[in-house]
Design a protein around this ligand. Sequence first.
Ligand SMILES: *[C@@H]1O[C@H](CO)[C@@H](O)[C@H](O)[C@H]1NC(C)=O
Ligand SMILES: *[C@@H]1O[C@H](CO)[C@@H](O)[C@H](O)[C@H]1NC(C)=O
Ligand SMILES: *[C@@H]1O[C@H](CO)[C@@H](O)[C@H](O)[C@H]1NC(C)=O
Ligand SMILES: *[C@@H]1O[C@H](CO)[C@@H](O)[C@H](O)[C@H]1NC(C)=O
Ligand SMILES: [Zn+2]
Length: 646
Amino acid sequence: MIYLLFCLCLFLTYCAEIDVNTFSNYIEVSQEHVHIEWLLDLDQQYINATSQQIFRVNSNKLEKIDLDIYQLDIIVVYLPSSGNILKHNVINQGDQSLLQGDILQIKLDRVYTRGEYIKLNIRYNLDSKGARALGFLRKEQTYSKQVPYLFSQCEDNNCRSMIPLQDTPSVKIYFTASVLVKDARINVFMTGNKLQAMKFKLLNNYDNLQALTLYQFELDIKIPAYLIGIIAGEVVEKSTGNQTYVIAEPHFIDDYAQELSDLPIYMNEMQKYIGPYIWGDYKIVILPASFPFGGMEHPLLTFASPTIIVGDKSGVSTAIHEIAHSWVGNTVTGRNWANFWINEGFCVFLERKILSRLNGLDSVKLDAINGNSSAYTSMQTFGLDNSFSSMHPNTKNRNPDEATSRVPYEKGYQLLTYLETLIKEDPFQSFLRDYIQHFKFQSIDEDQLYQFLLNWVRTNKGDDAQKIITDIQTIWKDWVYKPGLSPIQIDVQTPLFTNANNLAKAWIDGQGQVPEQADDFLQYKPNQKSVFLQYLIDNSELVQKTVLATMDQKYVLTFYKDQKIAYKWYRLVLLVEYKEALEGVHDFVSKVGVSSYLKVLYDLLGYHYNEEAYAWFDENKTFYHPVVVQAIEKILQKYPKKIILE
Ligand SMILES: *[C@@H]1O[C@H](CO)[C@@H](O)[C@H](O)[C@H]1NC(C)=O
Ligand SMILES: *[C@@H]1O[C@H](CO)[C@@H](O)[C@H](O)[C@H]1NC(C)=O
Ligand SMILES: *[C@@H]1O[C@H](CO)[C@@H](O)[C@H](O)[C@H]1NC(C)=O
Ligand SMILES: *[C@@H]1O[C@H](CO)[C@@H](O)[C@H](O)[C@H]1NC(C)=O
Ligand SMILES: [Zn+2]
């Protein structure tokens, strides 16, 4: 196996998979502390920066430090102790289409040896064109339209476009920041505890600069680079009780805080299951609509898409998912992007464990079915035998962002659910708690997890141990490495699923007549509505346009408020070419910035409604996040713009 080869190549004290998506020499020298000092200009969309970094030398003869960068304008590298300038080079890494960036190679002033520490400063600038991680919103893109807005998204490996560093989840650092802003209306939050926010007027007026605000942040637990996050804009925070807070634009804050008023309950349930929460205040930012993801789990500063705010607390499973990351992902971290499932599979497992306590097991089975179905869709897109359709994608010479899909989430969840049936529910909970304790603050790979699991079973399962170990050994390699569906089906049987499928089938068979049990739909929770629509999507070749017309009359799905449901309805609309609902699709792509939704809808639009695809994309290009624009452009290339002959 590949990982065995790596073991032989590396002279480490333990066997570990290396990260193939960093150019840094992180094994010879490891980053301990990263501090940034940023002067933000959100109007001009640039940042003037200095980063101070401390490294520990792990090799016997270290002459250079290689860091990851992506389109940063490096001005100077120097030793703060002496002021001596160090030579640096930017080494171009060829294939720019992979968007993995380049090497910043820093030549040290002498040879360093194991155990020494090096502190250096890097001055650099960055702007909105280069910074893949940053979404600079013009003030018109915010609700109040008064002040511009900035947010980051570093995962997978985009942190290198805002800070030169060892951009790998194998390395954990202490992070501190000083952020200066020129506009007093702008509030800043970063991953970390806010030490102070100090506004001061300047004695002089420098190029129209009359005042500055300084924000300082510090995190006393080490994190990998991909967890660094920032938002800056006209935002406020509101407590939802018990050390939980919501952050948003002032116009939305009360509604959002109301929708998320159960945060302390989720937090409490999670702690009852998995153990104490160690990070401090839990804050969740609801971002403007351009935020391309469902959520992002920065410690002390979760980000979430406004699509989770439905009005009836039904969309908040994202919040529960992000809370769960405080343990799995943020405390115990996958060592590289091939081990992403160590973050996400465990996280989905915890999320659904809490949801099953709040909503019941049948509801969670529906979530598992919906999740499995999107994982399967991704597998079909990648190809069922593609490594990206496995839980352990090979990301060598690829951008790990390309491998991002539901696959590691759902196959990971299914594996853990299977292990829970082998080990039994209560002991499995103990196993998870022991696992967190054992690996906390580390970055690990599946082999370390595997060894720990087998040892745990051997020690804790008495007479059953040998049988369980054999069962685990039988499936493990296939489950982790083999592309395609999981080798063993977990039990997801529930009447809720059967009922939704039967109703969908009745609609198809009705050919435009309203089926007898049609009103059932009105009682469904969103995850059951989703199953219903998925059945129609999967069988869209059997669905007549008149079925959709009658259905829309009955259920009013076009312009539906819950974006998760609206998205599935619009997929169906496009597949069936039900033109009457096209304005709804237009409305959706004009106000929802979520990457996974937009990619699927533009793919369908490009094929079925080519002209609209190009027109709507052009209209809203400045609204979408830069990474989403790139992704849609790539999708539309498959469907060249049709020339309309007059
Ligand atoms: C700040 O960054 C901008 C954009 O890169 C650059 O034009 C400007 O000269 C920088 N200012 C300083 C003081 O480095
Ligand atoms: C608040 O936290 C305390 C301690 O963790 C807990 O006992 C209490 O039940 C929590 N309150 C709510 C509303 O969750
Ligand atoms: C996942 O989806 C595949 C393809 O539709 C199906 O064969 C399989 O039974 C599903 N598994 C679960 C657990 O839902
Ligand atoms: C998207 O484009 C439409 C049509 O030009 C426009 O009305 C809408 O405001 C745009 N969306 C955003 C959020 O800018
Ligand atoms: Zn997650």
